[in-house]
Design a protein around this ligand. Sequence first.
Ligand code: GRF
Length: 203
Amino acid sequence: MEARLVVLVSGEGTNLQALIDACADPAYGAAVVAVGADRDGIGALKRADRANIPAFTLKVGDFAAREQWDEALAARCAEYQPDLIVCAGFMKLVGAAFLARFRGRCLNTHPALLPSFPGMHGVRDALDYGVKVTGCTVFLVDRGVDDGPVIAQAAVPVDDDDDEETLHERIKVAERALLVATVGRMARDGWTLTGGRKVRIGS
Ligand code: GRF
């Protein structure tokens, strides 16, 4: 049985596209059953449309309170009976209702080696700090900002001439490969979380 993925997006959607492409191979073991966004007019929604994947948009500003948005997001995702929710460049923090339903099976990708440089500007912060190696992290989503249990990481060297854009583009190449490999392994082999922070894929 294929694992059912709901992918949450806010941007260009290259990570989403990498997952869609990987799912074309039945041996991958997963299918993107829906795409959810927090805004209109983004490249990621066009990619969902081109792949004939159902999509929905829930904007925080359309709700009286953030908690209501969070509940609506959780309910909408649940309609698709996902095994895994993948935040792929989703620029919103999920809240208590969402985590009550999906904690432990919602993952996110971040363009830095956590716990270094969490937050919105992970690439810029690493560059400004002057590190020589940065990278990307796939982790289980929890209450805080980019602080859930780490599932997988990949390193990317920083070049002397990098700016935020060139570095982010290079990280995104590694990030797409890491996300596809990690989601596929989780879909096929399952995973466990022990001691609150240790994620192991497979038995
Ligand atoms: C990724 O680098 C993600 O980690 C970051 O935004 C980027 C999303 O890229 N938060 P895309 O929308 O998947 O192309």
